[in-house]
Design a protein around this ligand. Structure first.
Ligand code: SAH
Length: 395
């Protein structure tokens, strides 16, 4: 096995159990390793710190699989890590009864580059690092054994694979996909398109926040911006919303949203309106028309994938949040999110605060929002905290 020596003084992150070794921390690699091969990680003076997957093409040159001298990285290792990750979900009362659950959340579950989501009988995997790609078979076998699922589908079409020198790849790895595939999330049936949908097919991270939206929506007029397939919209209707206007720029996502509504005959479809539009433009038009709402959801895509994009992204967040605040009735609630890794919680709150000032409203935070429990954040991996949200009520 090749040996990766860290530069003198660069051991600290690894000793604190951060799994990423950046190119600038590597002193040298003794021996040969191909992308994804396991290497031993040593301090500059030769102390064995653990084992990692080698990623020669990436700025993150290696990702730690283990932080001790004794653990071997083999099939049994992946079987155990996958089983432990799945068992943690099964043990959680909020997750146990759910059809749609994230089973593996990458670094925060000790499996860098591995995402696995279960939708009913189907597990979708996304492998985004050279090491995860290399151990595909072991990871899939572990998932099959731990879940007893009927099918495994791969959605490794994320852009980040390019940074690892990996080609995008998608397709069925095992079994057969039911068509259509649906899940029930807190009483609402939703179609999940694991083949053509965004990410793995569905945004599981917002499950708890969709439930809260339903609880806050009773009797309110609701505007759901960036609605995708209508997750927030349907929970709002289930919670007794008076009306729900849902906006997205994706026609197929809206069509799925309308189908989802039809899948739930107990919901009053006459209260729902779907609009294919750019949210930035639509919010301005709604303002020009004098429309107002009691509850507004802003769940935009990632405007800032990294800190380098933070400034431009901040302007985009400000823009929509100012417009959102302006469209609220007195006593109305803005539920506003950022899933940008490059925008931290503090920065996001200050953007929302200045948006309220610019909109001329007084607002207070009534809920701080984050991803659900199946998207844990390893204490050693603060990068795992990408989704942050605020529910703000205006005076
Ligand atoms: N809230 C959703 C997830 C939103 S994902 C849920 O709970 O499932 C972000 C969505 O924003 C995607 O559906 C994407 O199509 C849409 N989108 C991206 N840019 C947009 C824009 N400028 N205007 C309208 N929709 C946009």
């Amino acid at each position: 096995m090749a040996r990766l020596y860290l530069q003198n003084g660069k051991e600290r992150p690894v000793l604190r159990r951060h799994p990423w070794i950046f190119a600038g921390s590597v002193d040298r690699l003794d021996g040969r390793a191909r992308p994804g091969d396991t290497v031993e990680v040593l301090s500059h003076d030769g102390q064995l710190l653990g084992r990692a997957a080698w990623s020669p093409e990436s700025q993150i040159r290696a990702r730690m699989w283990s932080f001790d001298a004794d653990t071997s990285i083999d099939h049994a290792f992946f079987k155990k890590r996958v089983a432990e990750s799945v068992a943690r979900r099964q043990a959680h009362p909020h997750l146990r009864g759910q059809d749609g659950v994230r089973l593996i959340h990458g670094e925060s579950d000790g499996l860098p580059g591995v995402i696995a989501d279960r939708f009913g009988p189907v597990v979708v995997v996304q492998l985004t690092s050279a090491g995860a790609d290399k151990w595909r078979e072991a990871i899939v076998a572990g998932l099959k054994q731990a879940t007893g699922c009927e099918a495994v589908y791969e959605r490794s079409d994320s852009e980040v694979r390019k940074l690892e020198g990996l080609e995008p790849t998608s397709g069925l790895l095992d079994g057969e996909l039911p068509s259509p595939l649906t899940i029930i999330e807190n009483g609402v049936r939703m179609e999940v398109d694991v083949v053509g949908g965004h990410k793995t097919g569905f945004y599981l991270d917002q499950r708890d926040n969709r439930l809260l939206t339903g609880q806050l929506a009773a009797g309110r007029s609701v505007l759901n911006c960036f609605c995708y397939t209508g997750g927030f919209s349907l929970q709002a209707l289930a919670g007794g919303a008076a009306s729900v206007l849902s906006i997205d720029s994706s026609g197929p996502a809206l069509a799925t949203g309308a189908r989802n509504l039809a899948l739930n005959p107990s919901l009053d479809a006459s209260r729902a309106e779907w609009l294919e539009a750019d949210v930035f433009e639509a919010l301005r038009s709604l303002r020009a028309e004098g429309r107002t709402f009691d509850l507004i959801i802003l769940d935009p895509p990632k405007f800032a994938p990294s800190a380098a994009h933070a400034q431009r992204a901040s302007r985009a967040y400000r823009d929509i949040n100012i417009l959102g605040f302006r469209l609220l009735n007195p006593g109305g609630i803005l539920m506003t999110y950022s899933c940008s890794g490059g925008i931290g919680q503090e920065l996001f709150q200050s953007i929302v605060a200045s948006s309220a000032v610019d909109a001329g409203v007084e607002a207070r935070i009534i809920h701080r929002l984050s991803a659900a429990a199946d998207h844990p954040i390893g204490l050693a991996v603060p990068e795992g905290e990408y989704l942050k949200g605020l529910a703000c009520q205006v005076g």
